[in-house]
Design a protein around this ligand. Structure first.
Ligand code: G3P
Length: 220
C-alpha cells in the first residue's frame, strides 16, 4: 500500500521521506493556503520544490483552481509543464471530466478529486483519470460510511479492470488506513500525523520500558 502525504508543507514531507513513509504527495487549494505562499509564481516554485523531493517516489497531485473547460486545460497544461512528477488534480463535474478525457489523450496524468459517490468514480475512470480521490472522512462527518464508498469503487473497478488507481483521501484516523489496507486499496493520502499514529501502542511503550529496566538492574 502506498502512503501519499496530503500536505504542501515541506518539513512534513522531509520527515515522511526520512522515515521511508513517502510514496507521493497530494495537495489542494486549502493546503496551499496554509503555507507562506502569496503569489502564483511562489506556488509554482513550491510545487517544483516538492517534486524535487520525489526521487524514487511517485508523484505530486497539484489541483487546478479553474472551473471551466478552457481554463482547466490552460491551467492543467501549465502545471504539467512545471515538472514531470506533476499530476493535474481536477474536481469532478462536466468540465472536469471533459478535461480529464483531453489530458488522457495527451498522456498527461490526472487525479479526479472531490469524489463522494460511486457514480462519480465510474465517470472518472471512464474518462481515463489516473487516480480517483474519494473523500472518506468528509463522508463520515455527515454520517455516511466513507469505507463503503471505497469498497464499492474497488469492487466496480476490479470488475471492469479499470486502470484508474484509488487514492483514498480525507483520511482522519489510523483505522481509515487499516481498513483501506484490508481491502487492498492502492494508496491512501493522509496527513503525516495520522500515519505516525500507526506507530502507537501502549504495550510497546510498557514493554520497552521493562526491557531497559531489567537490563539495567542486572548488567553493569
Ligand atoms: O486532499 C483532499 C483530501 O484529502 C482533503 O482532506 O481532511 O480536508 O477532508 P480533508
Amino acid at each position: 500500500m502506498k502512503f501519499f502525504i496530503d500536505t504542501a508543507n515541506l518539513e512534513e514531507l522531509y520527515k515522511a521521506k526520512s522515515l521511508g513513509l513517502l510514496n507521493g504527495v497530494t495537495t489542494n487549494p486549502s493546503l496551499i493556503s496554509k503555507e507562506s505562499i502569496f503569489s502564483k509564481k511562489e506556488i509554482e516554485n513550491h510545487y517544483i520544490s516538492i517534486c524535487n523531493l520525489l526521487e524514487n517516489e511517485e508523484d505530486l497531485s497539484a489541483e487546478v483552481i479553474s472551473t471551466n473547460y478552457d481554463d482547466i486545460i490552460k491551467e492543467g497544461k501549465k502545471l504539467s509543464f512545471l515538472h514531470s512528477k506533476i499530476v493535474v488534480k481536477i474536481p469532478i463535474n462536466e468540465d472536469g471530466i471533459k478535461a480529464i478525457k483531453y489530458f488522457y489523450k495527451k498522456k498527461i496524468k490526472t487525479n479526479c478529486t472531490l469524489i463522494f459517490s460511486t457514480g462519480q468514480a465510474i465517470l472518472a475512470a471512464k474518462a481515463g483519470a489516473n487516480y480517483v480521490s474519494p473523500f472518506m472522512g468528509r463522508l463520515d462527518d455527515i454520517s455516511h460510511n466513507g469505507l463503503n464508498l471505497i469498497k464499492e469503487i474497488k469492487n466496480i473497478y476490479d470488475k471492469y479492470s479499470f486502470n484508474t488507481k484509488i487514492l483514498a483521501a480525507s483520511i482522519r484516523s489510523p483505522l481509515h488506513i487499516i481498513e483501506c489496507a484490508k481491502i487492498g486499496i492502492y494508496a491512501i493520502t493522509s496527513p503525516l500525523n495520522v500515519i505516525l499514529s500507526l506507530f502507537n501502542h501502549p504495550l510497546t511503550n510498557i514493554g520497552l520500558e521493562k526491557f531497559l529496566k531489567d537490563y539495567k538492574n542486572k548488567i553493569h
